[in-house]
Design a protein around this ligand. Structure first.
Ligand code: SF4
Length: 97
């Protein structure tokens, strides 16, 4: 068995990454966070020890799916990324976790 990597699906499992990407693209715009926030969240996931082959070991989610949802939070205590406020513009900055 391969050692788990701290990487996103697009770097380790391209077919699954495509499926998750399709899922993210199918989300209604009002449920999705902006691109800057999405990228900022994923940068934090890539640096997090809980990331295992694109999955968060704390919640079991594919982080590329979880991070795309506006109202999701990082499950870590304290959270590494917070919840994006729907009424804010996407500046890549989030509310305090
Ligand atoms: S604990 Fe948070 S930052 Fe770490 S992988 Fe899970 S969602 Fe990403």
């Amino acid at each position: 068995m391969n050692k788990p990597c701290r990487c996103l699906l697009d770097g380790s499992q391209p077919d699954l990454a495509a499926t998750v990407r399709d899922y993210v693209e199918s989300l209604p715009p009002e449920e999705r966070c902006g691109e800057e926030t999405y990228r900022a969240r994923l940068r934090l996931c890539v640096a997090c020890e809980a990331l295992r082959n694109g999955t968060c070991a704390l919640c079991g989610c594919y982080v590329e799916a979880r991070a795309a949802k506006r109202n999701q939070r990082c499950p870590k205590t304290p959270p590494l990324w917070g919840r994006y406020k729907a009424e804010e513009q996407d500046t890549g900055e989030e509310t305090e976790p």
